[in-house]
Design a protein around this ligand. Structure first.
Ligand code: ATP
Ligand code: MG
Length: 395
């Protein structure tokens, strides 16, 4: 190999390796090699591990001729041939095709793709109107096949790693959940048991005021326990999609006012500013949507104590968008992607109780309405949750 070829290969190798995304790495590979190996279209077929069918995972139209990726059907039978017989396939134009019509003069080259010793698929090239593939072309194409297979393996490893990370995170969440939930269940139970045992003691007489105080603690703790159990069941039902939503036309501005009035009766000091336009109706389940708002209120009250809350509603295109802003401490950016996961709570020192179900429930409800929920937060300035639902054009 002469020095120029070697340094050219070196450059290509570096270029391809530097791409973090496997498709742009393949683009770079095929583009760079086109100086020594010309073709019009390229496609990669992989056999699906489960269905055993063929998937086109990559297709590009580089040269003249047929339009791009969508149409990779041209290679399917050749890919099948390569894969079932585990060998290279070279096809010239079929007999009887019109020699003058370049597009019918297809020269196909199919090369098996091995990941390790396993045959995973085929790399296909097509040239319209020739020329035929020479030995040197076949060598270059085979080199590209080895390279492409390595890139595919890299992609598969990346995917496997991401899956593993997600499984590990789920397992960690489950662990955290067990400790959170046992604490959350035990605390109210402890109060209920303790105060009712005290009230039942034969050897002590409690005055009326004390009895009422104990009973109201028992009452509050029972509510807390009931909410916790209800949230757990609700999240399990939402996850298994066994909830029946009852959809009807709903005005979100009216719904926000209702929920706000209810929240105000329990939190008389809380400052809530409403900035609601008259909103177009959405098709929604009023009970479930109220639950979303209640959870957002509950969070703002818990995590931004003393802050005022601003709820705004406006129409954005053909959607209705609610924003729900507090002026609390905010949420560090690195935790934001996980907030809507089941059982997720921002880690750290905490005195506030919770199970990490609230936002998961919100998200599932909003998704069932074909809507979207997201959050923006600025440390020391506050957190804003957004809920967007499609306006119903038929109403
Ligand atoms: P639950 O709602 O099930 O009682 P929770 O409030 O901990 O428990 P989520 O409502 O899902 O669970 O909230 C997840 C986490 O997001 C919370 O633990 C909290 O750390 C963070 N969070 C939610 N809302 C806010 C907010 N307004 N400001 C700061 N942090 C918030
Ligand atoms: Mg919550």
């Amino acid at each position: 190999m002469d020095k120029d070829t070697l340094s050219e290969l070196h450059r290509i190798f570096q270029d391809v390796q530097s791409k973090s995304d496997w498709k742009s790495a393949l683009d770079t590979l095929f583009n760079s090699m086109r100086s020594s190996f010309v073709f019009d279209n390229v496609a990669i077929y992989l056999s699906d591990r489960q269905t055993r069918g063929l998937d086109v995972v990559y297709a590009r139209a580089m040269g003249r001729g047929k339009a791009a990726e969508a149409d990779a059907a041209w290679g399917e039978s050749v890919a099948n041939d390569v894969i079932s017989n585990e060998h290279m396939v070279i096809h010239g134009p079929q007999k009887g095709t019109n020699r003058k019509d370049r597009m019918t003069q297809t020269f196909l080259l199919g090369i098996p793709l091995y990941v390790g010793e396993k045959l995973r698929g085929a790399l296909l090239f097509v040239r319209f109107g020739g020329p035929e593939y020479s030995d040197i072309h076949i060598h270059v194409a085979s080199l590209q096949a080895i390279w492409a297979a390595a890139l595919i393996e890299r992609r598969e490893l990346q995917e496997a790693r991401a899956e593993l990370d997600s499984v590990q995170r789920q397992m960690r969440l489950q662990d955290d959940f067990v400790s959170t939930i046992s604490h959350e269940l035990r605390t109210p139970l402890g109060f209920i048991k303790g105060y009712s045992t005290s009230l039942l003691r034969q050897d002590t007489k409690w005055d009326d005021a004390t009895q009422r105080e104990f009973l109201s603690i028992i009452d509050e703790e029972t509510d807390r326990l009931a909410k916790l159990i209800e949230d757990m069941l609700e999240s399990a039902r939402l996850q298994s999609k066994t909830i029946q939503f009852k959809f009807s036309p709903i005005r979100l501005d009216a719904l926000v006012r209702d929920v706000t009035a209810r929240v105000r009766t329990h939190h008389t000091q809380l400052e809530i500013d409403l900035k609601l336009d008259i909103l177009p109706p959405v098709l929604g389940d009023g009970v479930r949507l109220s639950q979303v708002l209640e959870n957002l209120f509950s969070n703002a009250i818990k995590y931004a104590p003393g802050s005022s809350i601003t709820v705004a509603g406006k129409a954005v295109g053909n959607k209705v968008r609610l924003s729900f802003a507090d002026e609390g401490e905010g949420i560090p950016e690195e935790f934001i992607p996980f907030l809507f996961e089941r059982f997720y709570r921002v880690p750290g020192e905490r005195t506030v109780t919770g199970t990490g179900l609230g936002l998961y429930i919100c998200k599932q409800i909003v998704m069932a309405h074909h809507g979207n929920i997201w959050v923006e937060s600025v440390l020391d300035h506050g957190t804003t949750f957004f809920v967007e639902l499609p306006a119903d054009p038929t109403l």
